[in-house]
Design a protein. Sequence first.
Length: 247
Amino acid sequence: MQLTRNAPLGVSGHPEQLHRPAGGRQRLAAVMLTGAALLYNGWLLELLLPTGLDYRHSYVSELFAADQPFRVLFGRMEIACAVLVMAGALLARGPGRGTAARTGWWALFGFGMSSLADVLLPMGCAPSLEPTCQAVHPWHTVTSGLVHFFLFACMVLFCLAAAAEPARAPVIRRWGPRLLAGALGSAVITTGPLIGHPGWHGLPQRAHLLLVGLWFALLARELLASVGREPWPRNAAAGSVPAARLR
């Protein structure tokens, strides 16, 4: 018999924790993560703006390098995205039964914090435009590394949680591992300039950003799906749960 079938990922199935206010937080978190998915791919505006960067051979972070003409626009979009991710993670997290799901939301919060630091410590110049500009900017490289660490930690943790309890997160269970593999592979391909082999790293990085945006959308979809399921009555006792809800 399973009493937590309708509980959202990372949220305990205890009746007192599945009332309407919790559902409202899940919906708001889903909206924030959807907004983050769009903002994280704000780089698409470079296709319309005269940035001077070649998207095939440049990092997206060069768009908000200190000497770039549209640094304010792209930097503010990155900041807004980071704030939405952190707020969404805090709203969506719950006490939960599983350590993986609880830690996953904190990893997502760490991703947001690292992304914020990534913007506040930008490259001083665009390496793809200036041969004398160092591709390895010490602080920016550290913050970018933390962004990837927390991202993949979040993805792995939620995939593990979904595998352990498939009924709670069927969408993540199906698509999460595929997005994880694609995001990890594309991230590795972008490291060329860091090891002295620049060129053609821009395309895989932009593909990586699209996959991360899909990951945010996947989390939002799972949150909304969990709200759509019928919640437990707020004052229901374990012994009085209708038989139709037991499995």
